[in-house]
Design a protein around this ligand. Structure first.
Ligand code: NAP
Length: 292
């Protein structure tokens, strides 16, 4: 129910139509009987700053930020948490009543909690971790892994210079490598994380030689559309433990909800089961699907 006191929050992205965040946050709001609503915003490609500036003052309490605006979100903020600064990107902006914009990044927390939930035997401190990609998600992942005690992070990317720039920002434990030179990293790694957009909605496959990894190496894909990406299918066929992007999405949403609505999401909502209703038989998000 919308009232004259409804707290408004949302998600800003381009595109944003397939985001599962409105579904998850609005289910939590309804179950907790909080007078709030969570809506999508899609500015044009150059309209993010204008939108964020216009929200100063707290008419909208806060927003999650997704592709391609996470780095712009950090830049527009007046204050940022240390984790957002290290990640070089923000996925949460809060607009306070004094006109200030506060930035946080809950993706790293979401990533580590997804590993804890779906690969509980994996220990971040046990050996090197391989992150594929050098965009905002990869930098956030590398920062969170180092913070949690990973001894080394291999950063594999098509454009080597972008991986090198992240290594300069995060320090000598990050080792940049071209995507075509993955074998040596994969042979030593305890986990492989896809932080590229490859695999998103049928956009091809990473084609990593996963067969060279140790049998306990965990394979994680941040992409969750489809739920079983080509990378996860390849890992499962080899018997490797896997972690999916939906788990990360749900886990990063929890601290976001606290930022916006000042309460923990109610435990009685099974966000994973709820979101899974949106996937069709092929694991693709189906927008037309009725969600109870
Ligand atoms: P981004 O900044 O646009 O970075 C994209 C990355 O993908 C770059 O490293 C890019 O390499 C690489 N890439 C794209 N197409 C490629 C291709 N054909 N071949 C090789 N590399 C390619 O995106 P982002 O913000 O980091 O997000 C990355 C992914 O993570 C997105 O799919 C996003 O939805 C997902 N994500 C999921 C969650 C979650 O909660 N599950 C959270 C955050 C992000 P170049 O540098 O060479 O261009």
């Amino acid at each position: 129910m919308i009232s004259g006191r409804t707290t408004v929050a949302g998600i800003v992205g381009r595109p944003v139509t397939h985001s599962l965040s409105p579904l998850i946050h609005n289910a939590w709001l309804a179950a907790a009987a909080i007078d709030g609503v969570y809506v999508p915003f899609t500015p044009d490609a150059f309209g993010f700053e204008r939108l964020a500036e216009g929200l100063r003052g707290g008419v909208v309490r806060g927003v999650n930020v997704t592709v391609p605006f996470k780095e712009a979100a950090l830049k527009v903020a007046d204050q940022a948490t240390p984790v957002a600064r290290r990640a070089g990107a923000a996925n949460v902006l809060v607009f306070d009543r004094n006109g200030k914009i506060l930035a946080d990044n809950t993706d790293g927390q979401g990533l580590l909690q997804a590993f804890a939930a779906q690969a509980p035997k994996w220990d971040v401190q046990n050996g090197p971790v391989t992150v594929v990609g050098a965009g905002g998600a990869a930098r956030g992942a590398a920062a969170a892994l180092l913070e949690a005690g990973a001894p080394k992070v291999w950063l594999l990317n098509r454009t080597l210079q972008k991986a090198e720039a992240i290594a300069r920002a995060l320090g000598p434990k990050v080792a940049p490598l071209p995507l075509t030179h993955s074998v040596s990293a994969l042979q030593q790694t305890t986990a492989v994380i896809n932080a590229t957009t490859i695999g998103l909605e049928g956009s091809g496959s990473l084609n990593l030689p996963l067969e060279v990894t140790h049998e306990a190496t965990v394979v994680m894909d941040m992409v969750y559309k489809p739920l079983e990406t080509p990378l996860l299918a390849q890992a499962r066929a080899l018997g490797r433990p896997t972690v999916d992007g939906l788990e990360m999405l749900i886990r990063q949403a929890v601290p976001s909800f606290v930022h916006f609505f000042g309460a923990e999401p109610p435990a009685k909502v099974d966000a994973r089961a709820l979101a899974s209703h949106r996937f069709d038989r092929n694991g693709q998000v189906d927008d037309r699907r009725h969600v109870p």
